[in-house]
Design a protein around this ligand. Structure first.
Ligand SMILES: Nc1ncnc2c1ncn2[C@@H]1O[C@H](COP(=O)(O)OP(=O)(O)OP(=O)(O)O)[C@@H](O)[C@H]1O
Ligand SMILES: [Mg+2]
Length: 258
């Protein structure tokens, strides 16, 4: 299963992507984490130090030239099958593995943002991301977790066509929900109907009905353990609230599968 996390800026996309990937790996699934945002975030949220992160794929001018501009033309279906294996880094698990479970392997592929293509062209970044997503050959039980950049500008057929599910992350505010509704509507228009709304920092209350907002919803409370720690530590894993986070990740994936 390939799932993407989208929504307005700063709402918790990367955190939820990191929690989901970690729960899946601790439950025995192999996971590919794809950071399609301005580098560094998903890896650091998963406990990888900044200096251990690979160069974002989109800044690898050599590869872009070689794969995207082969023969002097922009190739819309570049050959990238070998890239995930050769460029991904292994990421350690962020919590305990239940007795009797063999943990899966968690790997991170840093793409870089599509709209802010590392000084390069957004169409190159898009072609590369689309090709990598299409070519990430996963076993039936493997998962791909894609952390998208904020907003809706990058949401095109390229990013959406190759994922099976979308988590629309939002804060409990009208502006954030409106962006979420726009993301949901665009994804639906592109044929991606399997969507769940993850309402982060939820404090109770009625969610407004906005056309496009996924009807299936999970809520995440404010996490004091994360607030207490985040000045010292970029990782969102291994929090005092980990059990509750694992439960809500399962709830979210269950709703996505419905
Ligand atoms: N439920 C929560 N309780 C407390 N802090 C949270 C919660 N969810 C996320 N945060 C914090 O909020 C900040 C933004 O979260 P995160 O980076 O996951 O958002 P994002 O949507 O990926 O942002 P961006 O659009 O910049 O990529 C981080 O510092 C994160 O630790
Ligand atoms: Mg992010």
């Amino acid at each position: 299963m390939k799932i993407a996390f989208a929504g307005k800026g700063g709402v918790g996309k990367t955190s939820l992507a990191a929690w989901t990937a970690d729960w899946l790996a601790r439950s025995g699934r192999n996971v590919w984490m794809v950071d399609a945002d301005t580098a560094l975030s998903l890896g650091q949220a998963s406990g990888v130090s900044a200096d251990a992160l690979p160069e974002p794929l989109i800044r690898r001018a050599d590869l872009v030239r070689e794969r995207i501009h082969a023969d002097g033309f922009l190739k819309l279906n570049p050959e990238v099958g070998d890239l995930p294996e050769s460029l991904a880094v292994d990421v350690p698990l962020g919590g305990p593995v239940p007795d009797g479970v063999t943990a899966g392997r968690k790997r991170l592929l840093v793409m870089g943002a599509v709209t802010n293509a590392g000084g390069g062209c957004a169409c190159d970044a898009n072609a590369l991301l689309k090709a990598v997503l299409a070519n990430l050959i996963v076993d039936r039980d493997d998962w791909v977790i894609v952390d998208l950049e904020a907003g809706v500008e990058h949401l095109g057929r390229g990013t959406v066509a190759h994922v099976d599910g979308l988590i629309v992350v939002s804060e409990p505010s009208m502006r954030s929900l409106q962006t979420g509704a726009e993301v949901g509507r665009m994804a639906s228009d592109l044929g991606l109907h399997r969507q769940v709304l993850a309402l982060n920092r939820f404090r109770g209350g009625q969610v407004p009905e906005l056309a496009g907002l996924p009807t299936s919803c999970v809520t995440i409370p404010q996490l004091d353990g994360l607030l207490d720690r985040q000045m010292q530590n970029a990782s969102v894993l291994g929090l005092p609230e980990s059990e509750a986070i694992d439960a809500l990740v399962q709830d979210c994936l269950g709703k996505l599968a419905e």
